[in-house]
Design a binder for this molecule. Structure first.
Ligand code: 5GP
Length: 191
């Protein structure tokens, strides 16, 4: 059997849509899919581990990395920088591994411009009300941050049609099933 080329998966959706939980389960079920750990200047939340959740770096280091072209894409989101390492992505693809980025919508659109063969997936909430409930219930950010994130989310959802796949995260098991279907289909497609 001919070995298929490795693929870049770009996974996005508004904050609060449950991307993190979905992704953790999806990656657990697909151990061959590598996860690209981003860098950020945001402070770690409780339970987050440097080098696993993110590389937590200073604003100065991030800006130096931008100058040195270390990022495939980067963005400023809610006053913090977030970026994808070009080296991590290239290394995985060169070694023949599929790699997955979990990034916000603007960053995902940038990657789609640069890598036409990437597989883009947008996760949608079942409804705007449900998204608001999930964001408010998270209790990890103050009220102003939640309001900011909701406003960003409403704008982001308008971009969903530009993505190859849209997956609604209503029931997590069904969303995972859909993601597995997409992954298995894409693994067998030659670009
Ligand atoms: P959080 O602060 O909740 O971990 O992440 C905020 C947003 O930043 C999320 O939508 C997440 O997907 C996005 N994000 C995480 N890493 C990156 C990255 O490397 N690049 C971009 N553009 N967005 C990222």
């Amino acid at each position: 059997m001919v070995k298929k080329s490795p693929k870049l998966f770009v996974f996005t959706g508004p904050s609060g849509v449950g991307k993190g939980t979905l992704l953790a389960e999806f990656l657990k079920q697909n151990p061959n899919l590598e996860y690209s750990v981003s860098s950020t200047t945001r402070k770690p939340r409780q339970g987050e581990i440097n080098g696993i959740s993110y590389f937590f770096i200073s604003k100065e280091k991030f800006e130096e990395d931008i100058k040195n072209n270390k990022f495939l894409e980067w963005t400023k989101y809610n006053e913090n920088y977030y970026g994808t390492s070009v080296e991590t992505v290239n290394k995985a693809l060169n070694e023949g591994h599929d790699i997955l980025l979990e990034i916000e919508v603007k960053g995902a659109l940038n990657v789609m411009q640069k890598c036409k063969n990437c597989v883009s997936i947008f996760i949608l909430p079942p409804s705007a009300e449900e998204l608001e409930k999930r964001l408010t219930g998270r209790n990890t950010e103050d009220k102003e941050t939640v309001v900011n994130r909701l406003n960003i989310a409403k704008d982001e959802i308008k971009q969903a049609g530009k993505f190859k796949y849209n997956v609604v995260n209503d029931k997590i098991e069904l969303a995972i099933e859909k993601l597995n279907e997409i992954y298995n289909k894409e693994k067998n497609l030659e670009h």
